[in-house]
Design a protein around this ligand. Structure first.
Ligand code: ADP
Length: 327
């Protein structure tokens, strides 16, 4: 009987820790007696199907020296072509031509929809949650989130030094289009006066101006207002209005893509390693259309279709606590 072959790819937005997950899949696969292929640039690599160019044979040493590196050695992409029935069929046909019996997809919910469709076209897939936003409903943790939070905290601590020296207000935008987790955790860690997230409606006067005035009367002279990317207004607009209403010099800062990069934290490396290992275990056990997730701090697996139907919950209690103590 010929050896089974699995492939691994990273798709959608990149996240620190994806390399650690790739390493775990490759090493676990090879030690379980499988051939492992690395697919470049997400589903685009499967659509190309070019062996040696977009699809690489992986050996134990192919993933040396990557566990501590940010980004993804396999590159990542969004693939409009794959997001069509014809694209999924073409990718499945290429997998059959290359003898690929299963695929591990590291990415977000969009990538999991792709994995579900590819499973439907006859290629068993397993998903691993990798995104700095922590915006996957089925998993309480996603690979990259811890690194991104720590990067944001380090950057804002630097901003705080200058904000404090000038008695200023800093309005800082962190990533999170649909999910305020990064803003919430970071906001608590830097002692932000106000945290705005897409999940909680806000009143500008009450949440920003009144809170700033109250803390000012209690002796505070510098302020950090933390805003998630998905909030309806631009940080420059917030800054102009705050300065106009309070007379406090206010600057806007968008942290931007620095939040995606950098060496993954211990937590991201460890979670990615275990998730990668579990994904291979599922494929060798003949499972498919599953996603490896963290629930109640344990790593388990769920059906992808069920996982995709789950609704995210925002930790409003923690959000309220943050605002009670940052005064
Ligand atoms: P993420 O995985 O980070 O959520 P995207 O939403 O951009 O990122 O999805 C990544 C890729 O997954 C897309 O470019 C597309 O190729 C594929 N994909 C997304 N949604 C679907 C879908 N409904 N069906 C098939 N493929 C999809």
């Amino acid at each position: 009987m010929s050896e089974k072959t699995i492939a691994v790819l990273t798709s959608g937005g990149d996240a620190p820790g994806m390399n650690a997950a790739i390493r775990a899949v490759v090493r676990a696969g090879i030690t379980s007696g499988l051939n492992v292929m690395g697919v470049k640039r997400g589903y685009n690599g499967l659509l190309s199907g070019k062996l040696g160019e977009d699809i690489l044979g992986m050996k134990l040493r192919s993933v040396s020296d990557i566990i501590h590196r940010g980004g993804t050695m396999l590159y990542t992409a969004r693939s409009p072509e794959f997001n069509t029935p014809e694209g999924v069929q073409k990718a499945a046909d290429n997998c059959r031509k290359l003898g690929i019996d299963g695929v591990v997809v590291i990415g977000g919910d969009g990538s999991f929809r792709g994995a579900r469709d590819l499973t439907g076209a006859g290629i068993p897939c397993i998903g691993i949650p990798g995104t700095i936003d922590n915006d996957i409903a089925s998993s309480e943790y996603t690979i990259g989130f811890d690194t991104a939070m720590n990067t944001a905290v380090e950057m804002i601590d630097r901003l705080r030094d200058t904000t404090e020296s000038h008695d200023r207000c800093s309005v800082v935008e962190v990533m999170g289009r649909r999910c305020g987790d990064l803003a919430l955790q970071t906001g608590i860690a830097v002692g932000a006066t106000t945290i705005l997230v897409p999940e909680v409606p806000y009143d500008f006067q009450e949440m920003i101006i009144d809170r700033m005035r109250f803390t000012q009367q209690a002796g505070k002279k510098h302020f950090i207002i933390l805003v998630a990317e998905g909030v309806d207004r631009d940080v420059s607009e917030f800054a102009r209005e705050i300065e106009a209403q309070t007379g406090i010099e206010t600057r806007a800062t968008v942290l931007g893509h620095v939040q995606r990069g950098g060496s993954p934290t211990l937590r991201d490396r460890v979670v990615a390693s275990e998730m990668g290992y579990r994904a291979v275990e599922l494929l060798t056990a003949g499972k498919s259309n599953r996603v490896v997730v963290m629930r109640d701090s344990k790593i388990i697996d769920l059906d992808i279709t069920e996982a995709l139907a789950m609704k995210r919950t925002f930790n409003k209690e923690l959000y309220d606590i943050a605002h009670k103590i940052s005064i």
